[in-house]
Ligand binder design. Structure first.
Ligand code: COA
Length: 167
């Protein structure tokens, strides 16, 4: 098991994935906004409402309160919930870096962080863009549902994955 973790950590270091710091809030906000602006499954109104949910303050709070991992071109965060449970949230890859495997590597880095922190199951409230990536990585679909934010409806998917070694 230790060997498996070591391999993940080695790859993380090679990819330049590291913990975000509070002075990166503006850079991360810009990356998130660019990623949402180019998110093809959603129309302009949906993208506008989605993007407006992020501010410099909310990104600063995210960095302060949760585990935020960054790589050149991408960001993801891990929220520790009740004991044994974690939320993988806010995975964004800059449009210029998409479809090169960075999203998968950020998910694997979050999984390694989650294991180290005793999280047994990761849950994700995924966009239409993210759900296929997670299914490819072995996540199970729990529920496809619609949520309304700012008068706009989004189709999202809850997925989860057990991080226990035997699964
Ligand atoms: C979803 C997202 C993070 C994926 O990042 P990425 O770096 O492009 O992902 P990867 O290169 O690791 O993709 C790995 C695999 O996932 C699947 N995948 C990734 N993006 C996909 C898409 N838009 N549609 C269908 N499958 C997709 C593919 O199987 C892909 O493998 P392939 O390129 O060999 O076909 C990125 O598209 C993004 O930031 N989207 C906008 C923001 C968003 O929706 N974030 C999630 C919020 S919940």
């Amino acid at each position: 098991m230790a060997g498996k973790f070591a391999r993940v950590e080695e790859r993380v270091a090679q990819d330049g994935i590291e913990r975000a710091t509070s002075d990166q809030a503006d850079v991360l906000l810009g990356l998130i906004q660019r990623s949402i602006a180019a998110c093809a499954p959603y129309d302009a109104r949906q993208r506008s409402v989605w993007a407006s949910s992020f501010t410099r303050e909310s990104v600063t709070a995210m960095v302060a309160d949760t585990v935020v991992l960054t790589a050149p071109g991408g960001v993801a965060n891990l929220v520790i919930l009740t004991p044994g449970t974690g939320l993988l949230d806010h995975l964004y890859v800059d449009p210029d870096h998409q479809r090169s495997g960075l999203g998968c590597r950020l998910v694997e880095a979050i999984e390694a962080e989650a294991r180290q922190r005793g999280v047994g199951t990761l849950r994700v409230d995924a966009s239409l863009a993210l759900a296929p990536l997670l299914e490819r990585l072995g996540y199970s679909v729990v529920e496809v549902y619609e949520k309304t934010v700012g008068g706009v409806t989004f189709t999202n998917t809850w997925l989860e994955r057990s991080l226990h070694p035997e699964s």
